[in-house]
Design a protein around this ligand. Structure first.
Ligand SMILES: Nc1nc2c(ncn2[C@@H]2O[C@H](COP(=O)(O)OP(=O)(O)OP(=O)(O)O)[C@@H](O)[C@H]2O)c(=O)[nH]1
Ligand SMILES: [Mg+2]
Length: 248
């Protein structure tokens, strides 16, 4: 082999390695120490996810309509002396769209599960069913993704407080666990095999504290006063929680 041939082979090989590195690194972030900054906003339709997403994005209360597409943007947030970039993904609660949340789990560092506190006494079964799907997702369990329960719409008179919501969900999840864990094989929405995850401790009443994930319950409201001024409650805690996940 001549020196010229050798150089051609060498340069081609170097270019090939560079391209492979660039493509894989961009796709999977393999060789980067950059911390994940994805936050999924999940919950049933009408719970207030897009309202919360828009508040993070624009720091105002925006009128919303039921979503049919995912809102997915990197936004800059500020709290006290902290300033961070977060990738916020608002997944519509529509049952046909919401299973897409699983595609974002690899980049997810926290989940905001939004609950309408004024409806949970009636729709707790549907809320728990979606929550169960999330909790038994392999990546949520194995990566111990922290979950913030945003008990929203606390301004509405018939809303209930966060500890009552926690109790309701614990009872409902226990029932779901007992029926669902009898099924042997599980497949996720992409048809891939899912290992069976058993929620909590076998033989004991289900409690969120038995999960490997850090669980937090918080109350919020995003509404307007009679003179149409925004009345927003609980957002400083919301911001702090998001910041804390990024700083850990
Ligand atoms: N009273 C009250 N209304 C709220 C609150 N948060 C959101 N809303 C209203 O509830 C409705 C639904 O809010 P969205 O943010 O669109 O709900 P969503 O969870 O994104 O719903 P989908 O996109 O259908 O999944 C809107 O009319 C909001 O203005 C709240 O804290 N209090
Ligand atoms: Mg929405």
């Amino acid at each position: 082999m001549s020196v010229v041939d050798f150089l051609i082979y060498f340069v081609s090989f170097a270019v090939f390695i560079f391209l492979v590195y660039t493509v894989f690194n961009k796709r999977f972030n393999l060789f980067s120490n950059k911390k994940k900054n994805g936050f999924l906003i999940l919950g049933l339709p009408d719970s207030g996810k897009t309202t919360i997403w828009a508040w993070f994005r624009y720091i105002i209360l925006l009128p919303t309509q039921t979503s049919i597409k995912i809102n997915d943007e990197e936004v800059e947030i500020q709290a006290m002396d902290r300033n961070r970039k977060v990738h916020l993904i608002d997944i519509p609660g529509n049952p046909k769209i919401r299973p897409q949340f699983s595609q974002y789990l690899p980049i997810c560092t926290g989940i905001l599960f939004v609950i309408d506190s004024s409806k949970i006494s009636e729709n707790y079964h549907s809320v728990a069913e979606f929550l169960y799907q999330i909790l038994v997702s392999n990546l949520v369990f194995e990566n111990e993704i922290p979950i913030l329960f945003v008990c929203n719409k606390r301004d509405i008179e018939k809303s209930i407080d966060k500890s009552a919501i926690q109790d309701i969900l614990e009872v409902e999840l226990e029932q779901l666990r007992n029926t669902q864990s009898n099924a042997l094989d599980k497949h996720d929405d992409n048809g891939d095999f899912q290992n069976e995850v058993f929620l909590g401790l076998d033989g004991a009443k289900f409690k969120f504290s038995q999960l490997p994930n850090q669980i937090t319950f918080m109350e919020t409201s995003f509404t307007t006063s009679v003179d149409k001024l925004p009345v927003i409650v609980g957002t400083s805690d919301l911001l702090s929680w998001v910041m804390d996940q990024l700083d850990e």
